[in-house]
Design a binder for this molecule. Structure first.
Ligand code: SAM
Ligand code: SF4
Length: 435
């Protein structure tokens, strides 16, 4: 096998898993190639919502023809749908050669070798109990910003979510492994790291030596030289004063936080098994803003969760108006196999979910624009990380993670620069270098 092509669906965890898959394949002497000429195509799938699953199966369908025209081509399915469906994928797509789960990536070389000698497709979704102790070779897509997993899995069992079933129980990586990986990234010239976990606030549970997430952040801040440190995702229930103080006091930790609220109505939060109330959440927002006044706050919202009434929905709209997040990700509730919410009564019709989503997005667009406009005429420290979508200009991010398109000489990628913000839209800012 000489070349590979990876198609990634879903979240940052999947993007980062694909970087590890690429690392292992390059280690085997394979080079990245276009789908038309690659020897192996890997689809790294996502099943967080039905739409993501549909996208994956339609892409898989397209590959059927490619495989028919090139029988030597190997097709692999990785990620959450691989874990969820296992061998069942073959009943929909018998042309698939291998299926492996998110915690089986370290076995990829072996899986490929077995496929070469096996008359039937190789399925490996057993997981690897030592996965969190391994550091896999990684080919990173970006040269300025990097992801580092600090933990895998999730123990929270929010009633709508498949993650705990597909990514397994929560396992934290040892802190020194994480610090070493970030040190190595600094050596390679990386300027920003995002520490990844489904609930970073419970980092450390299960590790031999007692450590919590604020202590890990302090270690990364003090011992690596990484310019900027970010992290996702924080569960509101586990957000404590110690983390707020870490964001406030650690100079390399950026002043922004993604804190998914999901709903503004207590009966829905309870049915979701989020284990905090609207008041708890608002109290934590106040603590954050008291300690770090300029903090950039973002959230996730699910509309149309089973049993969500018009009143419940209005409580979510009110919460958005009250908190005035800088940005949100909003989703229509999607039924997921095996989750507890499937069995709840009061499933909301699709057209009602659609209407609620439209309302939420319209309200938030106005709030985001208002926040962004406040940046005009301020000077922001920007990490320049590439080129703007429309081309011609450089692009970077503020410490609050806002996108800024910049008029600047091309040689500034990978540099921090002070930029005066001259214009603001709902999706991005524009600015000019101060020097
Ligand atoms: N662990 C993170 C958390 O607790 O927020 C992220 C989990 S998930 C990858 C990202 C977002 O997807 C969730 O915050 C939630 O808003 C959304 N989500 C998860 N399951 C969903 C479902 N069944 N329907 C709609 N949205 C869902
Ligand atoms: Fe899913 Fe909840 Fe775990 Fe996030 S915290 S991954 S939403 S179960």
């Amino acid at each position: 096998m000489k070349s590979f092509h990876i198609i990634t669906f879903g979240c940052q965890m999947n993007e980062h898993d694909s970087e590890r898959i690429a690392g292992i394949l390059e280690g085997l002497g394979c080079a990245s190639a276009n789908a038309d000429c690659a020897d192996i195509i890997i689809l790294n799938s996502c099943s967080i919502r039905e739409k993501a699953e549909q996208k994956f199966f339609s892409e898989l369908g397209r590959l059927k023809q490619l495989k028919a025209s090139r029988p030597g081509l190997k097709i692999a399915v990785a990620g959450c749908i691989a874990q969820q469906e296992g061998a069942h994928i073959l009943s929909r797509a018998p042309f698939v050669d291998m299926v492996f789960g998110p915690s089986d990536i370290a076995k990829l070389a072996e899986i490929i070798e077995n496929t070469a000698s096996s008359p039937v497709p190789v399925i490996d979704t057993q997981g690897d109990p030592e996965y969190h102790l391994k550091r896999l070779p990684t080919v990173r897509a970006d040269k300025v910003k990097a992801w580092v997993s600090i933990m895998y899995g999730c123990d929270n069992f929010c009633t709508y979510c498949v993650v705990p079933y597909l990514r397994g129980r929560e396992r934290s990586r040892p802190p020194l492994d994480i610090v070493k990986e970030v040190q190595d990234l600094v050596q390679q010239g990386y300027k920003e790291v995002t520490l990844l976990g489904q609930n970073v606030n419970s980092y450390g549970s299960g590790l031999e030596k007692k450590i919590d997430f604020p202590s890990l952040l302090t270690m990364v801040n003090d011992n690596t030289g990484m310019e900027r440190i970010r992290f996702v995702t924080s569960h509101p229930r586990d957000l404590k004063e110690r983390l707020i103080q870490a964001i406030r006091n650690l100079p390399r930790v950026c002043e922004c936080l993604h804190l998914p609220v999901q709903s503004g109505a207590d009966p829905i939060l309870s049915a979701m098994n989020r284990r905090y109330t609207r008041e708890d959440y608002l109290c934590k927002i106040k603590m954050l803003r008291d300690a770090v006044p300029d903090i950039v706050l973002t959230t996730d919202i699910i509309v149309g969760f089973p049993g969500e009434t018009e009143h419940d929905f209005s409580m979510t709209m009110k919460l958005l108006e009250e908190v005035r997040f800088d940005g949100i990700f909003a989703f229509k509730y999607s039924r997921r196999p095996g989750t507890a919410a499937l069995r709840l009564s009061g499933h909301v019709p699709e057209n009602v979910k659609e209407g609620r989503l439209t309302h939420v997005l319209a309200l938030q667009k106005a709030i985001t624009l208002e926040h962004n406009k406040r940046h005009i005429n301020t000077v922001q420290e920007i990490l320049i990380d590439g080129y703007s979508k429309k081309g011609g200009r450089l692009c970077g991010r503020t410490r609050g993670n806002k996108v800024v398109n910049i008029e600047a000489p091309v040689n500034r990628v990978g540099h921090l620069a002070n930029v005066r913000i001259t214009a603001a839209g709902a999706n991005s800012l524009a600015g000019q270098l101060c020097e």
